[in-house]
Design a protein. Structure first.
Length: 554
């Protein structure tokens, strides 16, 4: 007994010491992370003009909202000028995005004490973050940060907050078991593409709530140095998750399984941004990625018009590999494929327990095994929207094994040689895909609030939106994630809305178990275990709870 008390006291003392250290390091990080020194710009005080209702300009920079629902932004100049123009033109979106993001964190961690602990721990992890971010991007982020709301100054000053938010995708790695990160990307070229040129498609399945994904920005950048480029982003974000430059190089990122990070490094989105801005080939992209240290594991799918092919740069905090297939297509989900990193214990365990290999196999089946001919842009959109399991089996809406998990922040299709990009509109990747021609965008300075996308090349919305299944899924969706309120969850209703989903039965079982309705809970778990389960962890969760119910019924 005495040993247990001593052990408890030692653990408590160690925990308090760690908490105090985290607090001191957090305060040190806030105090030492000074904004970069910048040259003042007239854009800071110049009036925002409105030459036509709905079109806003600041110098040569402009901002508008398309009838598609997407926002469109163009910025140019030095890093600080770009940041200031971005922040001032999109200030409402910058502030809304931070409100939503911090609000979602409060849903993840509703307890004020633990939320404070999280703040100090993030401060400890990111205590040296600014030293890993190139000066150019620190200046740009500083410019954007001046549009941030003072409401959140209790977290940290605006510049430090916006800088740290650029690691949000990296933080999502730690939440993979909550199905927040599960992206899919693929590319075809040569004989696998109808016109022989490169086609790249991707779903960015990073979910932090529907409100977070509401206001998407298609940003067009003409930086002082490097390539002009476009990216799909949101208010306050200068990093890249999906983008293409004027050399026909594309970058998309897919999370791989990571150990718990131990210290700050360059956020993945800023590594991708540097590649997009300064690379024109796969080899150049690899060289740029090699220069940066990351604290999580990531796959960068690089498409290159110059090379007319695509490859994967696979990178961990300690190693790096280039995966180039011996065929004319490539697929990336959330595990490594190369010889160097594909056989690590961590990657193999992730493949065994996650939905990633299944999803990759399904894309390959749709792309090659069941294809009636070479890939096209239209077929790429159809694959990104696919809601069937292997061999077209129905496995329940929203299953993480599906290519279309009905959570996507956005989907995007690139035709690098033609400088065209298609971007999905809400909801998820089900709305129409609108096409932008980068050559036209960068050649014009709009003076009227007119549509910029190529209407004739629009891919129509998914007909699934017109079905009863879609309406039922919307009802199911609000209960799907661990941070969703479930006090009003009706077990019978949730399985009726998604009858082929193991997840629906798992949620129903959990609700009945919480209410001590053991017989009903056991029924739901037994049914859920007969369906296609996304992860080993979820299957084990149902098996454990089923056994608990049986013991209670004895």
């Amino acid at each position: 007994m005495l040993k247990r008390i001593i052990k408890l006291l030692a653990w408590t003392f160690g925990f308090l010491l760690l908490l105090l250290s985290g607090l001191l390091l957090y305060l040190r990080q806030v105090a030492l992370t000074k904004p970069p020194v910048v040259m003042p710009t007239p854009l800071s005080t110049a009036p925002i003009l409105q030459p036509d209702p709905g079109l806003y300009t600041l110098g040569n920079n402009w901002f508008r909202q398309s009838e598609s629902g997407l926002y469109e932004l163009y910025v140019e100049g030095t890093p600080y000028e770009r940041g200031v123009a971005n922040g001032r033109l999109t200030q409402t979106l910058v502030q809304y995005q931070e409100d939503v993001f911090t609000g979602q964190i409060h849903k993840f961690v509703p307890n004020g004490f633990y939320l404070g602990m999280l703040k100090y721990m993030v401060g400890w992890f990111n205590r040296d973050l600014d030293t890993f971010v190139p000066e150019e991007y620190r200046q740009e982020i500083y410019g954007v940060s001046q549009a941030a709301s003072p409401i959140h100054d209790d977290i940290a000053p605006a510049y430090q907050r916006i800088l740290n938010y650029h690691g949000a995708h990296d933080i999502g790695h730690a939440l993979q078991n909550m199905s927040l990160v599960g992206c899919t990307a693929f590319a075809t070229w040569g004989r696998q593409s109808a016109d022989s040129t490169l086609i790249v498609g991707r779903n960015f399945d990073f979910y932090v709530g529907d409100e977070f994904a509401r206001d998407k920005i298609v940003a067009f950048y003409a930086p002082e140095k490097g390539h002009k480029f476009m990216m799909v982003t949101f208010g306050g974000m200068t990093g890249v998750v999906s983008g293409m430059n004027d050399a026909g190089l594309t970058v998309t990122i897919n999370a791989a399984k990571s150990d718990v990070p131990g210290a700050a490094a360059t956020p993945v989105s800023l590594v991708a941004r540097e590649i997009l801005q300064y690379a024109s080939s796969i080899s150049e992209a690899y060289s740029l990625a090699a220069r940066r240290k990351m604290f999580v594991s990531e796959s960068f799918l690089i498409g290159s018009a110059q090379d007319n092919r695509a490859a994967l740069i696979e990178k961990t905090p300690d190693a790096m590999d280039l995966y180039e297939p011996d065929r004319e297509y490539i697929i990336s989900t959330n595990h490594f494929l190369g010889g160097k990193l594909g056989h690590t214990a961590l990657n193999e365990e992730h493949m065994r327990t996650s939905a990633s290999p299944y999803r990759l196999s399904r894309v390959e089946q749709l792309l090659v095994q069941n294809a009636t001919g070479p890939n096209t842009v239209a077929r790429t959109a159809a694959i990104l929207r696919d809601q069937r399991g292997m061999d077209n089996k129905a496995i329940g809406m929203g299953n993480e094994k599906l290519v279309n998990q009905l959570v996507a922040h956005h989907a995007v299709i690139f035709q690098p040689a033609q400088q065209r990009v298609w971007i999905s509109t809400a909801p998820w990747q089900l709305g129409k895909f609108v096409c932008y021609d980068l050559k036209k965008i960068f050649a014009q300075r709009p003076t009227r609030n007119e549509e910029l996308y190529e209407e004739a090349l629009t891919i129509p919305a998914d007909s699934f939106l017109l079905t009863q299944d879609y309406r039922d899924y919307v009802k199911f969706h609000r209960y799907r994630f661990p941070f969703a309120p479930r006090t009003d969850l009706n077990p019978d209703s949730i399985v009726r809305w998604n009858p082929l989903s193991y997840h629906a039965y798992m949620l129903a079982g959990d609700q009945c178990l919480e209410r001590e309705q053991y017989e009903q809970a056991a029924h739901f778990y037994e049914k859920g275990l007969t369906l296609e389960t996304a992860t080993v962890q979820e299957r084990e969760h149902m098996e454990k709870n089923l056994q608990r119910c049986k013991e209670k019924m004895l």
